[in-house]
Design a protein around this ligand. Structure first.
Ligand code: SAM
Length: 250
């Protein structure tokens, strides 16, 4: 389960501290021909889609957070449409040339939903289309585990203090994050928001196997959005690019 029901402008501020947006945009754009159709599964506030829409791609974003989708719709941008709903329930009416899921969104899905999601995604891809998955894998969770985190994010006169509590259920390979966001606005007013989410702790082999079983062939793996090689020690991000397997018929 996850909430992400707080104002999208605060998510945008925090995202900037974590993510290389320009590199993400170049990376995603490199897998789709000009004017192609793009689907973002778990698009959040639409950050990536606004950049891709501005480059002339035709974009659709799906997210379960009503406040993030509301923010994304208001933020606008050319050629981007948003659907409020669960990624695992999304059904497309036309094929996409690129489907992607970034910033660990795959981990938020209930584990049993991954296979049907990938099966449906394969049907959503045009011939020659690409799937890009960036997910949190076992070592990310192990290395980043802290029972309590306090972090500050600042921009545009806003100060966000994030108080996070994390717990791990090793038997379910589940990571729970509960956080309180204290936001001080430019006018000095303070507001408080709760956010929580559960994440499935995935492994690289598990995701590769699921991809193979659902009719994908892994075409590349990277350690980041500048197409760095995935490091042998397994630390850091893992970005998998896959294409529909041509002879797959299931
Ligand atoms: C860390 S944010 C990443 C958002 C976006 N991909 C980005 O890079 O900014 C995770 C997002 O996953 C969304 N999410 C979680 N479970 C989901 C589901 N089952 N279907 C669609 N979106 C989901 C949350 O609402 C949230 O916006």
């Amino acid at each position: 389960m996850s909430s992400f029901e707080f104002p999208g402008e605060y998510y945008e501020i925090m995202r900037r501290d974590f993510r290389p947006l320009a590199a993400e945009t170049e990376f995603l754009a490199s897998f789709v021909a000009p004017g192609g159709r793009v689907l973002d599964l778990g698009c959040g506030t639409g950050t990536n889609l606004r950049e891709l829409g501005a480059r002339g791609f035709s974009c659709v974003g799906v997210d379960q957070s009503a406040s993030f989708i509301d923010y994304a719709r208001k933020a606008g941008g050319p050629g981007v449409a948003y659907v409020h709903g669960k990624a695992e329930e999304f059904v497309a009416d036309a094929p996409f040339d690129l489907v992607y899921s970034l910033f660990m969104t795959l981990n938020y899905l209930p584990r049993q939903e991954l296979r049907p999601l990938l099966e449906r995604t394969r049907k959503h891809l045009s011939p020659g289309g690409r799937l890009v998955l960036e997910f949190g894998h076992l070592l990310n969770f192990v290395e980043n585990y802290q029972p309590h985190t306090v972090a500050h994010h600042r921009a545009e006169g806003v100060l966000i203090t994030r108080l996070a509590r994390q717990s791990v259920n090793p038997h379910a390979a589940n990571w729970r994050n509960e956080e309180t966001l204290l936001v001080r606005g430019p006018d000095g007013q303070v507001a408080m928001y709760d956010n929580f989410f559960d994440q499935s702790v995935l492994t690289g082999p598990e995701v590769r196997e699921l991809l193979t079983e659902t009719g994908f062939t892994v075409t590349a793996e990277y350690g980041g959005f500048r197409k760095e090689p995935a490091p042998g020690h397994g630390r850091g991000p893992l970005v998998i690019v896959a294409a529909p397997t041509e002879e797959f018929t299931a």
